[in-house]
Design a protein around this ligand. Structure first.
Ligand SMILES: NC(=O)c1ccc[n+]([C@@H]2O[C@H](COP(=O)([O-])OP(=O)(O)OC[C@H]3O[C@@H](n4cnc5c(N)ncnc54)[C@H](OP(=O)(O)O)[C@@H]3O)[C@@H](O)[C@H]2O)c1
Length: 269
């Protein structure tokens, strides 16, 4: 990994209060990047920011931000621009799934939150940061999609749809930015043990059970993949990286120890 390629650069991460976003913040800070940590839970961001600053001596900026709210996103990015902070790398990571219901049973209010966060939030953040990147003709946008953007699983309906949308916009943005020096990449994880399943089911025990019997990815595995994209030479654009745990063979197939290979949620029905 060529540390010099990104040392001193500024990275804005959405959803940096937990899981993959937090792991990205740590790995980029470790390589000497300044990190702007955004999410809704400011207390967590402040603690992560203080920790990374103490460990790595980089500038860390915690910002409370709900990506569902375009006015908040624009205000936060404009404030950074006014302060002379230029964003070199944007990691669009904030995202969630809520519940796991069949389409016919799902709550419309849950759909709205998932769409507004996973897709519209990514659009708002990208739009706000992109104008500055275009002015400087430099930058790298790295979207965290999912293997759920490559297929569908039972009850995955709206989550899968938003991750397909992320994949489509990543590809489309790369085409629209042709002729500029801005790179656009996507990292698509399989099952990663983070707070994701706790948020989905609001049930710690159920979340724990989902990750039992196989070795899921950890947040650092995905941060590693993100870092790989960011540390390629300028002429290299990693378009898409799909990362599974070894025991997950596809979006819908996980092999747990002592059990015949089963579908994604068979264990936690
Ligand atoms: N874990 C997996 O198995 C898996 C697999 C494939 C893809 N992914 C994707 O990876 C990304 C990160 O998930 P994770 O696994 O790290 O889950 P996580 O530990 O629950 O982290 C999710 C992060 O998103 C933030 N977030 C949620 N809603 C937000 C909003 N409206 N505005 C700003 N931030 C918001 C959360 O912060 P606050 O609550 O503080 O706002 C948190 O920092 C998501 O896009 C997810 O879809 C995860």
């Amino acid at each position: 990994m060529n540390k010099n390629l990104i040392q001193g650069q500024t990275v804005l991460i959405t959803g940096a209060s937990s899981g993959i976003g937090k792991a990205c913040a740590e790995q980029f800070a470790k390589l000497g990047c300044h990190v702007i940590l955004t999410a809704r839970r400011l207390d967590r961001l402040t603690a992560v920011a203080a920790d990374l600053k103490a460990k790595y001596g980089v500038r860390t900026t915690p910002i409370q931000l709900d990506v569902q709210k375009n006015d908040q996103v624009e205000a936060a990015v404009n404030k950074l621009i006014d302060e002379g902070i230029e964003i070199d790398i944007l990691i669009n990571n904030a995202g969630l799934a809520l519940s796991s219901d069949k389409f016919q049973d799902a709550k419309v209010s849950n759909w709205e939150i998932v769409i507004d966060t996973n897709f519209k939030g990514l659009l708002y953040t990208t739009k706000a940061v992109l104008s500055q990147m275009l002015k400087r003709n430099r930058g790298h946008i790295i979207n965290i999609g999912s293997v759920a953007g490559h297929g569908c699983y039972p009850t995955g309906n709206i989550y899968c749809a938003t991750k397909h949308a992320v994949r489509a916009i990543t590809q489309s943005l790369r085409i629209d930015l042709m002729g500029s020096a801005i790179r656009v990449s996507e990292v698509d994880p399989g099952a990663v043990e983070t707070e994701f399943s706790e948020v989905r089911w609001e049930d710690k025990e159920k979340a724990k059970k989902f990750y039992q019997g196989f070795q899921p990815l950890v947040a650092d595995d995905i941060a590693d993949a993100v870092l790989y994209c960011a540390t390629r030479p300028q002429h290299v654009n990693v378009a898409e990286l799909v990362v599974y745990p070894q025991e997950q063979a596809s979006l819908t197939d996980i092999c747990r120890k002592g059990e015949a290979p089963k579908g994604l949620f068979d264990r936690v029905k």
